[in-house]
Ligand binder design. Structure first.
Ligand SMILES: Nc1ncnc2c1ncn2[C@@H]1O[C@H](COP(=O)(O)OP(=O)(O)OP(=O)(O)O)[C@@H](O)[C@H]1O
Length: 562
């Protein structure tokens, strides 16, 4: 368990690094609320009993001071209300702002090179990290740490107060409160971890399968798998519900344990104060005070019940998020090549798993400003090489260094946003004039100006509302807005008609002047832009020709004609 708790260290570090003052003030106010509540209940009990006894005789009725205790009760009541209000304000504000910062940090991590591939492979899982896991962390401070701290303060305060009546009484009550109050939530947290993890996986599966059902409805229907997919969702639902059921049982067991502890403590306290009062060591008002203090000291432990259940979920969330927090950002940054080079690969082996490398022993360098075409049959490893250069993946062996690069993938990724929003992804600060310049270079400005809302035209999911050619030109305009010294293009004109494709390539060649370019292609018109052709077969570079060499033209002529 201590190993599990150590997982919380980076998360706690983040909490306290960001809003240390507010979190500490919140915890202090929380402890004040509980201490005031215990004192209020104890003092009220003492006051009622003492007043009743004083009223029994005419001699004491006139000397009994009712003003001080009642003023004390009013003060404690006010203090409790004010500190509870202040605590809610401070702790919730601090927690929410820490979580917002954490969400931003994770999001930035996933916007880095390398993350797109992971996101594409496990979209549901990563979405859950940003939503469910971060939400689970808000329990860490509010429902686990603060209640645990407050419960310890309450146990200490009760132990000291009862210790004044009888040291053994104080020690025993404090011991029971500590052992049960902290032990039960820890045990429950430990038992809940497995089920919390299952519940999380179940919910992830429900989300992923439901998205597949909605997005792939037509394909599923054609393959006769629609009902099977529905059943797969029901399976995931049953799995999550089973885990939920186990968690509810654990929660119910915690409630029973806390109830039994509270009853045992109260019974013990009642018997102890009765014995002390019987022996004349304390009077009836102090006996009432003792029982009520024990009664009030149990209350904060009730709040830990929820925390105990959340502990499993929180530990799991922390375990999943912590590596991302400690992952050094430089790990994803590529090394820069020697001056004068735009990229340098030395003995590179790479692949999607270490057992089956896709690229083997690749040695390649490209001077700054040179343009390289990667050709080879389908599945040879061209796109994989581009991913390596874009730092989307890391080599299994060897080293890769390249200048800052922009990757234009085979698919045009357009979002449900305005045309302007889709363009500004490449350069969030770009003004309309810059966007229009990029659109002109991509040959799309006239089409955009013909639209009634121009740059404000909303696009549907996946760029719906634009033709294939227009979408590709929009992707091109986005590339032009990225002023990086190296552009990586994966079949940039695939799927376009000949005239549009030639136009796109001319515009690309224009804009690429002075930059380095690597284009993965099967088509002659795309490779024709290059100074060098590298042929990849089965993950190895088998040929390497420079413009001017006879074999360069031969290699070009082997490609698919325009
Ligand atoms: N995300 C992935 N996970 C696992 N294997 C992959 C992944 N992407 C590609 N591969 C495999 O890696 C090998 C090389 O694929 P890659 O896409 O690099 O080839 P390519 O030369 O670009 O092909 P094409 O010309 O058809 O685009 C193929 O066997 C492919 O199945």
């Amino acid at each position: 368990m201590s190993a599990s708790l150590s997982i919380l260290t980076p998360i706690l570090g983040l909490f306290f690094a960001q809003r240390r003052r507010n979190l500490l003030i919140g915890a202090a106010l929380s402890a004040t609320t509980v201490a005031a509540g215990i004192a209020l209940l104890g003092l009220s009990g003492w006051f009622i009993t003492a007043t009743g006894i004083a009223g029994l005789s005419a001699a004491t009725i006139s000397t009994f001071d009712v003003f001080m205790p009642s003023a004390g009760i009013r003060l404690l009541a006010l203090c409790r209300t004010a500190s509870r209000y202040g605590e809610r304000l401070t702790t919730h504000d601090a927690t929410l702002s820490v979580l917002a910062a954490l969400r931003e940090r994770l999001f930035r991590g996933w916007a880095m090179p390398g993350a797109a591939r992971a996101l594409a492979r496990r979209p549901a899982r990563l979405l859950f990290r940003l939503t469910g896991d971060i939400d689970a962390l808000d329990s860490l401070y509010l429902r686990v740490l603060v209640p645990a701290g407050v419960a310890i303060v309450a146990a200490l305060a009760a132990s000291i107060a009862l210790g004044f009546m009888n040291p053994l009484f104080g020690l025993t009550a404090g011991g029971v409160l500590f052992v049960a109050g902290i032990g039960i939530p820890l045990l429950a947290g430990r038992r809940a971890t497995k089920h919390a993890r299952r519940r999380t996986y179940g919910i992830e599966a429900i989300r992923a399968r439901t998205i597949d059902l909605v997005a792939g409805q037509t394909d599923l229907l054609m393959a006769g798998r629609l009902i099977a997919q529905g059943m797969a969702i029901a399976d995931a639902d049953r799995y999550a519900a089973g885990a939920d059921d186990r968690l509810n049982r654990i929660e119910a067991a915690v409630t029973v344990c806390f109830g039994l502890t509270a009853t045992a403590l109260l019974t013990g306290s009642l018997l102890t104060v009765a014995a002390l009062a019987g022996a004349g060591r304390i009077g009836p008002p102090v006996a009432t005070l003792g029982i009520l203090i024990a009664f009030a000291a149990v209350e904060p432990f009730g709040a830990l019940r929820r925390g105990a259940m959340e502990l499993g979920r929180t530990l799991l969330a922390a375990r999943r998020i912590a590596p991302r927090l400690s992952a050094d950002e430089e790990a994803h940054c590529k090394a820069a090549p020697d001056p004068g080079l735009s990229l340098f690969l030395d003995g590179v082996t790479a692949g999607y798993d270490a057992q089956t490398p896709v690229l083997r022993d690749i040695n390649l360098d490209l001077k700054a400003g040179e343009k390289l075409a990667l050709v080879g049959s389908s599945g040879a490893g061209k796109s994989t090489l581009l991913s390596l250069l874009a730092a989307e993946m890391r080599p299994i062996q060897g080293s890769v260094s390249s200048l800052d690069a922009t990757l234009l993938t085979q698919r045009t990724e357009l979002f449900r946003d305005s045309l302007r929003g889709n363009l500004q992804l490449a350069n969030p600060d770009a003004a309309d004039a810059t966007l229009q310049e990029a659109l002109t270079a991509a040959g799309l400005l006239n089409d955009v100006l013909a639209l009634p809302r121009g740059l404000d035209t909303p696009l549907g999911e996946g760029g719906m509302g634009l033709s294939g050619g227009q979408s590709r030109r929009l992707a091109l305009a986005r590339l032009f807005l990225r002023d990086t010294p190296l552009w990586l293009l994966d079949e940039p004109t695939e799927g376009l008609d000949g005239a549009t494709a030639r136009d796109v390539m001319n515009r690309l060649a224009d804009k690429a002047q002075g930059r380095s370019l690597v284009v993965a292609t099967h088509i002659r018109r795309e490779a024709a832009i290059a100074d060098i052709i590298a042929v990849i077969e089965n993950g190895r570079i088998t040929e390497f020709w420079r413009r001017g060499e006879a074999a360069f033209e031969k290699a070009l002529n082997r490609l698919k004609p325009d």
